[in-house]
Design a protein around this ligand. Structure first.
Ligand code: SAH
Ligand code: SF4
Ligand code: F3S
Length: 464
């Protein structure tokens, strides 16, 4: 380990490419930090790299197909640089383990999400000739003590990981197998990271976890249920609502977001804290997956359509203008046309601002793969997906059109993709807003009068 007293002289170059969810992008910043301490400097040019890491996703089959294609392409770099080391990290590495070393002969390192501290050693093993693998999952690892190196950062918004793993076992989902058991990170280390981001000029943070509402820290490390804690532990325990409050108070002029909430666990305590602190954004990503209670039951989501809609009602009662987005899977095992229709009416009743929508992709080893039949033909899944996208797009446009004439506060993140003369940022409710730059600066919060709306974007002009 290099100490502060000894300057780090980084001689080798590391190129990291991230796939999948925000947690993976956040992990890549941990990986960069570990490698930096061991003599590696980051590069954004893959041709310049001594080591290439692909931090991979396994959530759907097509996520893995993309990685395989990428690995084939990277073969070219190996031809011109015979010492190049290629590593597959993250969820696909954890799922396929040594199969990746056998199948993809050009992979030198395979490392799962809990073994990143071991990466320098794994690379050294490859330097010595051979291949290296560590896919052990941990019950404690949170990387809480590490200082992430902010990669591809806009300098304004950052992710802060608050927990790892997932204990939910939704029947379709590979995450509990690729990321292991759920564990929460020390609340003080979270606050420390947030304060450092603030000191470095960041303006917005997103607290990350697969199921943030079950965050629980009581100083002992391992997650337990609240009711199983001792009295002393209960007194000092920090749940998700407490954590949100701690962070909101620590950085009152930073915006705070979080993702992802589970509909079974989101509660009034959390929503009330959101309402109490103006710096916590009025935005909740609340994946429903389906609008039909039978499908939700075989998905093992542990709630019904009615329960879900009640949560939406509770949120809108406390925060009337709360932005709400959703994840939806179409064509899950045995889904009938009527059940599919229930998902359409859920979008209409819940009035989501936006949804991420996917066709069901069976993942080997999951409860659904073991116990249910993936019996909806691909063309039917595709047609159902097209139908829900159409309904969601209509809903998004209706909701955005209703924002015309309103003034929204926008945190400027960077230049608009479409025009160099416009800024792009997000409203409190997480809607993308574009407006002419004028004298405004990146990182500023600007009041914007909305004049036009599309399915995904609000367009306006500043009134500051
Ligand atoms: N922890 C989050 C979601 C993580 S995965 C939650 O519980 O909501 C992100 C999304 O991918 C899921 O919400 C789901 O909509 C989708 N997804 C997960 N497994 C899938 C599968 N096997 N096929 C298709 N989509 C899937
Ligand atoms: Fe997967 Fe369910 Fe955990 Fe989300 S809550 S990561 S969908 S098992
Ligand atoms: Fe993919 Fe792993 Fe995230 S499977 S969605 S990268 S937790």
């Amino acid at each position: 380990m290099t100490t502060n007293a000894t300057p780090i002289i980084n001689t080798r170059k590391l190129y990291i490419e991230s796939y999948g969810c925000a947690m993976n992008f956040s992990d890549s910043e941990i990986i960069a930090s570990i490698m930096h301490e061991h003599g590696f400097e980051n590069t954004t040019d893959e041709l310049d790299a001594d080591v290439i890491f692909l931090n991979t996703c396994a959530i759907r089959d097509n996520a893995e197909t993309r990685i395989r294609e990428r690995l084939k392409h990277l073969r070219m770099n190996k031809r011109t640089n015979k010492d190049l080391i290629i590593g597959v990290l993250g969820c696909m590495a954890e799922r396929l383990k040594d199969k990746l070393l056998e199948e993809e002969k050009l992979v030198d390192v395979v490392a799962g999400p809990d073994s990143y501290r071991d990466l320098p050693k794994l690379v050294a093993e490859v330097d010595g000739g051979g291949r290296a693998i560590n896919v052990l999952l941990s019950r404690e690892e949170t990387y809480g003590d590490l200082n992430p190196v902010r990669l591809n950062s806009n300098g304004i918004t950052a992710f802060v990981s608050i927990m790892r793993g997932c204990d939910n076992m939704c029947s379709f989902c590979v995450v509990p197998y690729t990321r292991g058991r759920e564990r929460s990170r020390d609340s003080q280390s979270i606050v420390k990271e947030v304060l450092e981001l603030h000191a470095n000029g960041y303006k917005e943070i997103t607290l990350l976890g697969q199921n943030v509402n079950s965050y629980l820290w009581f100083g002992g490390g391992q997650k337990k249920e609240f009711k199983k804690l001792t009295n002393e532990e209960q007194e000092t325990a920090v749940d998700f609502a407490d954590l949100l409050e701690l962070v909101a108070l620590a950085v009152p002029n930073m915006r705070i977001r979080y993702s992802t909430s589970h509909p079974r666990d989101i509660n009034e305590k959390v929503v009330n804290i959101m309402a109490k602190y103006p710096n916590i954004c009025n935005y909740i990503h609340l994946p429903a997956q389906s609008g039909n209670s039978r499908i939700l039951d075989i998905m093992s989501r542990n709630y019904t359509r009615e329960w879900y809609l009640d949560k939406i009602k509770m949120i809108r009662q406390i925060i009337p203008n709360c932005g709400i987005t959703c994840d939806i899977i179409t064509g899950f095992c045995t889904e009938t046309e009527e059940e599919h229709h229930d998902t359409i009416t859920l979008i209409e009743e819940a009035q989501f601002d936006f949804s991420y929508m996917y066709m069901y992709s069976e993942r080997p080893g999951t409860p659904a793969a073991k116990k249910l039949t993936d019996d909806i033909p691909e063309d039917v899944k595709g047609r159902r997906l097209t139908e829900i996208i159409k309904v969601q797009n209509k809903m998004s446009l209706t909701k955005n059109t209703a924002r015309i004439g309103k003034i929204v506060e926008v945190l400027v993140e960077g230049i608009s993709k479409k025009s160099e003369n416009d800024w792009m940022g997000r409203s409190d409710e997480n809607i993308v807003v574009v407006f002419p730059k004028e004298n405004h600066k990146k990182g500023e919060i600007v009041k914007v009068l909305i004049e036009k709306a599309t399915v995904t974007t609000l367009i306006g002009k500043s009134i500051n």
